[in-house]
Design a protein around this ligand. Structure first.
Ligand code: GLU
Length: 497
């Protein structure tokens, strides 16, 4: 049997370090067994998926050196490798389940489902579809379908009994069926949900081992039932422990930069980032912390994956990166890599038009452009004192800008400018008042080369990381403040719509 693994990111945002973590372990597992590693784009959520996000996932994984054997850009015998391009195959699979009596049409309205959930919550029961539509007669269903009544298709799940999930790291994990929802398989628009799509496509792609985050373990019973209903062999499951913030909560961008592009911008070496991700979940037999991808592949052994909660600690990553810089790059290598990173002709050519008018001699250049290649600027609360603005107002401007920027998919000058003009209008401020703190958090100074052009060059992840840093310098946003700000932000958004 050829071992086949896959990573299946949803292209709904920044390329997340968690995706790289799953990709790394899936790749090591497959390569060690001389098998294949597949990249599949899980874009079943059409409303949230974007081509820009897909592209940056591909770019970031490739930057890290995680190369796949088959993927959306690498046609293979099991394509297409984008879920959205296979939407036509699911209907027949659902029909098969309906015919065999493993699935049913559900005509319940949103109102009924909300009421049902509210009652279940009140009674402290698991929120779970109560099975009402299972009892509809075939005639009743046909009649409703003929009348064009809106419906979904759900899978049947036993009301009692235990499902024993076999996990490559945890052994047998018993989960009561009464805790498992009768999952929607086909949405009312006729498209599959993740749960149906992932099972069907993993099977069609002959995936033998599924390595994914432990947040999916509770979904395993649904998937196991589906494999069983279809009469297919179940791939082996390996649920990796989730990456965590230093406070042990699930790694989140509110507390830690989570985008791979941020680490690229900061000037981390891809081999160090990979090494760090490897080290978070796994250890070399000799205990050495610094190891390369080929060494990890050679030595890879699932039994050395640790089940502890791995904390993503940027300081530790920095320490490891320092070792890679010093131990693996001679001066020539260092020079090559630093120019590959930022000090290259292509980058300079983007920056020069922004500063040419402002300098007379070269020695003025480096100070002016340093912020393009810097990390988080060294600023204090005093630097962020803006005329006629309280610190809370400044913080609000930064936070609202950050939320607005998180939704930007087209990172170009014009949309950025329009976004800030709109924000100023919404806040009833002059644009220069909104931009004043931006200059400081982005460049470290009250003046800088043109702001929107600079943001384009700095890139979305670093721009947002610097704004977030500015908010932190002002004392951060407490949970309570966040609630208040979010409310105000939503009101503004609604009035804008
Ligand atoms: N799109 C899911 C995720 O990114 C895939 C989970 C899986 O590997 O099945 O978490």
């Amino acid at each position: 049997m050829t071992i086949r693994t896959r990573v299946a990111p949803s292209p709904t945002g920044d390329p997340h370090v968690g995706t790289a973590y799953m990709a790394l372990f899936s790749l090591c597992f497959a390569r060690q067994a001389k098998g294949q590693f597949v990249l599949r784009i899980e874009d079943t959520d059409a409303a949230r998926s974007t081509p820009e996000s897909e592209q940056s996932i591909l770019d970031s994984l490739r930057w890290l050196g995680l190369d796949w054997d088959e993927g959306p850009d690498k046609p293979g015998p099991y394509g297409p490798y984008r879920q959205s391009e296979r939407l036509n195959i699911y209907k027949s699979h659902v029909d098969e389940l309906l015919d065999k009596g493993h699935a049913f049409h559900c005509f319940c309205t949103q109102e009924r489902l909300s009421e049902m959930r509210a009652t279940q919550m009140q009674n402290k029961e698991t929120t779970r579809y109560d099975g009402l539509c299972i009892s509809l007669s075939k005639e009743a269903v046909d009649e409703k379908l003929a009348a064009g009544e809106e419906h979904v298709v759900r899978m049947k799940v036993p009301n009692d009994g235990t499902c024993v999930v076999k996990d490559g790291l945890r052994g047998e994990v018993p989960i009561e069926f009464s805790q498992v929802d009768m999952q929607v398989l086909l949405k009312s628009d006729g498209n599959p949900t993740y749960h149906l799509a992932v099972v069907v496509v993993d099977h069609l792609m002959e995936i033998t081992h599924i390595i994914r985050g432990e947040e999916w373990i509770n979904s395993a019973p649904k998937h196991m039932l589906l494999y069983d209903y279809f009469g297919w062999d179940m791939p082996e499951l390996i649920h990796m422990p989730l990456l965590r913030n230093p406070d042990k909560s699930k790694l989140s961008k509110r507390k830690n930069p989570t985008s791979i592009r941020f680490y690229q911008r900061m000037g981390f070496l891809p081999e160090a980032v990979l090494n760090y991700l490897g080290m978070l979940g796994w250890s070399m037999p000799d205990g050495e912390e610094k190891f390369s991808l080929p060494a990890m592949i050679e030595q890879f052994d699932v039994s050395r994956i640790s089940l502890g909660a791995p904390v993503f600690d940027v300081d530790k990553l920095k320490w490891l990166n320092g070792r890679w810089l010093r131990e693996d790059l001679d001066d020539d290598g260092f020079a090559d890599r630093i120019s590959e990173w930022a000090y290259n002709r292509e980058n300079l050519k983007k920056i020069i038009p922004l500063i040419k008018e402002r300098v007379d001699i070269f020695s003025e250049v480096s100070d002016m452009i340093a912020f393009f290649a810097a990390g988080l600027p060294d600023i204090t609360e005093t630097d962020l004192e803006i005329k006629n603005q309280s610190a809370d107002e400044t913080k609000k401007i930064l936070q609202f800008a950050l939320w607005d920027l998180e939704a930007v998919t087209l990172w170009q000058k014009e949309p950025l400018q329009a976004l800030f003009e709109q924000l100023a209008e919404n806040l009833d401020l002059k644009i220069r008042d909104v931009l004043a703190p931006m200059f400081i958090v982005l460049s470290g100074k009250p003046v800088s080369p043109p702001l929107f052009d600079s943001m384009v060059i700095i890139g979305p992840d670093m721009t947002r990381a610097r704004i977030k840093h500015g908010i932190d310098v002002l004392g951060g946003v407490s949970k309570k403040q966040n609630k208040k700000l979010e409310k105000e932000y939503q009101t503004l958004r609604r009035s804008r719509a």
